[in-house]
Write a protein that binds this ligand. Structure first.
Ligand code: ATP
Length: 258
């Protein structure tokens, strides 16, 4: 189990609009990588190219390579659905399936991915809810609607749903931006625990969050007005926040722009 991602020469388009350009990076296994940068510079777009979610948007396409442990995720014989099972995603707004119970929300992905005995599903649901630090809060009401939980609980339910199918990588697109500070800390603690099992990539606008949770940070910026987004600098998080190599990175993290 390695779970390393290597990206080379990646461009992503919406129709004729090139949103990101020439992105190359290596993402270390079982670590947390943060993507930071001003609004519109392509962080979410890039994140979605990593599990082939970008191409579900009509007219959207990707050029370049994404390798997971050496396997080309864009090879002709690779099914996007299998990529999305290996590389799960958690979104900005908690999005439990509104009509499903807590239990069914976690089991939903399993049902798409094969046949399991009821006892097996029970075990995976319990392990996933324990893994997302939600079990103790919901174990007595598993058959109640997921939509009845608080925002922070719903986000941990979505994380349980994502890890139930045992992905290799977890993509998190501003997972705390709709949450209060206590729920945010709960998710950050959870990420620190989950990184022993998964490679985690998080897009965040919260600089303190990037500094607190991530091992490596990539700073994205536009090449210029109307130009595509690029990675300006990627390094150990401690270095990016204390002694970045690029002036644009320093200007951004010190709040001079963005
Ligand atoms: N569905 C879409 N259709 C067309 N263009 C899009 C779409 N989504 C994003 N874009 C464009 O792609 C560029 C990058 O957007 P993206 O959302 O990836 O940036 P971001 O850095 O994640 O921004 P934010 O921090 O505000 O979430 C922008 O110019 C945006 O307008």
């Amino acid at each position: 189990m390695s779970q390393q991602i290597q990206v080379s020469g990646l461009d992503a388009y919406y129709g004729k609009h090139k949103a990101i350009e020439d992105i190359s990076m290596t993402i270390d296994p079982q670590s947390i990588t943060a993507f930071i940068g001003p609004s519109g510079c392509g962080k979410s777009t890039f994140l979605r190219t990593l599990n082939r979610m970008h191409e579900v948007i009509p007219g959207a396409r990707v050029e370049g390579k994404v390798l997971l442990d050496g396997e080309d995720l864009y090879a002709a014989d690779v099914e996007p659905v299998s990529v999305r099972r290996m590389i799960g995603m958690v979104f900005q707004r908690p999005n439990p399936f509104p009509t499903m119970s807590i239990y069914e929300n976690v089991a939903a992905g399993l049902r798409l991915n094969g046949r399991y005995a009821k006892s097996e599903v029970d075990g995976i649901v319990e392990d996933s809810l324990k893994g997302s630090n939600l079990w103790n809060e919901v174990k007595d009401r598993l058959n109640k609607p997921g939509a009845g939980l608080s925002g922070g609980q719903q986000q941990r339910l979505c994380i349980a749903r994502a890890i139930a199918v045992k992905p290799e990588v977890l993509l998190m697109d501003e997972p705390c931006s709709a949450l209060d500070p206590i729920s945010t800390l709960a998710i950050e603690d959870l990420m620190a625990e989950l990184k022993s099992k998964f490679t985690i990539i998080i897009v965040t606008h919260n600089m303190q969050q990037a500094a607190r949770v991530s091992d490596r940070t990539a700073f994205f910026n536009l090449a210029g007005q109307g130009q595509p987004g690029r990675v300006i600098e990627m390094d150990d998080t401690s270095r990016i926040f204390t002694n970045p190599a690029q002036k644009a990175t320093e200007d951004y993290i010190t709040g001079r722009f963005g």
